[in-house]
Design a protein around this ligand. Sequence first.
Ligand code: FAD
Length: 389
Amino acid sequence: MADAREAADARAAIPPRARVVVVGAGQAGLSVAYHLARHGLVPGEDLVVLDRSPSTGGAWQFRWESLRLGTAHRVNDLPGMRELGLSFDTADQTRAARDVVGEYYAAYERHFGLHVFRPVAVTGVRDRADGRLDVRYLQDGALRSSVSTDVLVNATGTWGAPIRPWVPGIDTFHGRQLSTPEYRAAREFAGQRVIVVGGGTSAVGFVLELEGIAASTTWVTRRPVSFEGDEPPEASASIEGRLAAVAQQNEAAAAGAVLPSIISGTGLPSTARNLDAAARGVLVARPMFTQVEPQGVRFADGSFEPADVIIWATGFRSELGHLDPLRLREPGGGVAAVEGRALRDPRVFLAGYGPQASTIGANRAGRLVANQVLAALSPPAPARPALST
Ligand code: FAD
């Protein structure tokens, strides 16, 4: 839904020098950018937001057609969104979530003039001799240039880095294997025997919508599945479970360990639809198989399930490869961060990472990270009028 201003933004050149570069314009990146703009940084000039995706909405623009806001977890509003008269709480639940989120985020970027440059993929962030950071990027798929910055906010999410566990025989399978981001619609699997692997909401969604379309659907999880509470999706996990999940993420992020799955701490939403499907035997998970064979999968008890398709809904890891030149990784494989600040480099912030990721707190990251970024800027951000609307 490009209007004249968006088109002009898209054509505008990325400045060679900025005070803050935000990589990623999903929920986390936009939220940080909003707070920084409110504090006087000028989007498109000293605040540069880069996003590699073609359109607005962050990872939401790629979610499958059938996903609705009402069936997903609750999506938090971006800060200031209600000023536009928009809230995901009252959004149209009959339309694809990807379209609604994309449109809301487009309106948000326009309204607050956040000036996102896209599609611009950051390929590497390096030290410069003058103590600043060099952010290299590809624009429209071609190597363009770099922008130097005092501070970098990484908000690249996880969508581009699905995890596919290694299982003996995985390369011998004759059928189709795909991960969550490649899933488009159940009709692709009509009449096929499908194995869905994973204990999160994506896997549950796939199992439910394949019912009656696939010839058979076998749901497989590494850990036993629990449906928790009897509240709406966002509130469904017990307080203890949610606190424990955040604490685990916090601990892992601070130690630079690989981040644990949020779902392992929260259980699955006990919506009427889920409970009903569980009662009907549709949403009943088998333990993980131990071997993939050319025609299907074999379980520890020796039983064999023939399959045409394996869908790996087995989670994601943070996309941080472009930060590798900065050597931020700990021996544990992760980047150590406390409250979004990388412990190994005071110029680097991670928004939507660790305890800030997923449904638990992705949005809270915005203010927290922006305040620290402002404190890190020297000289401080000029006292310009807050962003115009
Ligand atoms: P993203 O939305 O992934 O945004 C990251 C952005 O960074 C993208 O636009 C991407 O193009 C860009 N980017 C990545 N790498 C680069 C690069 N190198 N250079 C430039 N740009 C880059 N959360 C909820 O709150 N409610 C839900 O219902 C919900 N459902 C989910 C369903 C699924 C299937 C999944 C996988 C996740 C779900 N989540 C949900 C979690 C959701 O992803 C987060 O809440 C939130 O969207 C993450 O925001 P983000 O800004 O961190 O990342």
